[in-house]
Ligand binder design. Structure first.
Ligand SMILES: [Zn+2]
Length: 213
């Protein structure tokens, strides 16, 4: 995949869609930072902020800034869980963002992620992309919590140059690292293991859902 992407890189416009603050950083922070640094406009769309809205939004803004991305919220800034928002409303809001951004590449949660909210966002993304020709990759945001999904990925992005940015962006979510739902050591270890599999120092794994050659 890294080689395929190099053929057409950089994607001028990239959209990442995550259920909660820090999901995108954990799953795709390295690739997004790499694309941003190679000239792509990167937008990170966070669907909901379930708790501590003000604090977690500030963390999300910092994470996006480190990655070199613009942050947008899908369901507003009031505390809400994804499953409490009607699916048609999430899709309608994603429709607006996609129509505005016209992304060549979209990155979102894998349906194999065991977190229910992540599966909902995956389905909303697929629905919102019904008329948009773009490449589509899916990630699992915390592989160590998704052992039951048997997800390893079928393409790999070399993030050797951006692993430190990714970790800094994950660390920006101090509320999450403090409670242990994001672990920086695990994050680096997993990137190193995926790098070993794909022949680089650090990597992220993706599932290819749509690829235009
Ligand atoms: Zn999440």
């Amino acid at each position: 995949m890294a080689k395929l992407m190099d053929v057409r890189s950089p994607f001028p416009r990239v959209l990442a869609i995550g259920a909660h603050p820090d999901d995108i950083e954990l799953g795709a922070g390295g690739l997004l930072a790499r694309l941003s640094r190679s000239g792509s406009r990167v937008v990170m769309a966070v669907c909901s902020v379930p708790t501590q809205a003000e604090e977690r939004l500030a963390e999300a803004r910092r994470g996006a800034t480190l990655i070199g991305a613009e942050l947008v919220t899908v369901c507003g800034v009031e505390p809400v869980r994804v499953e409490d928002v009607p699916m048609h409303r999430i899709v309608a809001r994603l429709d607006e963002i996609i129509a505005r951004e016209r992304p060549e590449l979209v990155v979102t949660h894998s349906i194999r992620d065991v977190h229910w909210d992540h599966q909902l966002v995956h389905n909303a993304t697929i629905s919102a992309l019904r008329r948009t020709p773009c490449d589509l990759l899916a990630f699992v945001s915390t592989p160590e919590l998704n052992a039951a999904s048997h997800f390893l990925g079928d393409c790999f992005a070399d993030i050797t140059e951006t692993i430190d940015i990714k970790l800094e962006a994950v660390a920006a979510h101090a509320t999450q690292t403090a409670k242990g739902s994001a672990n920086l050591d695990s994050c680096r270890d997993i990137a190193r293991a995926l790098g070993r599999i794909s022949g680089v120092t650090y990597a992220e794994a993706y599932e290819v859902l749509r690829l235009r050659l």
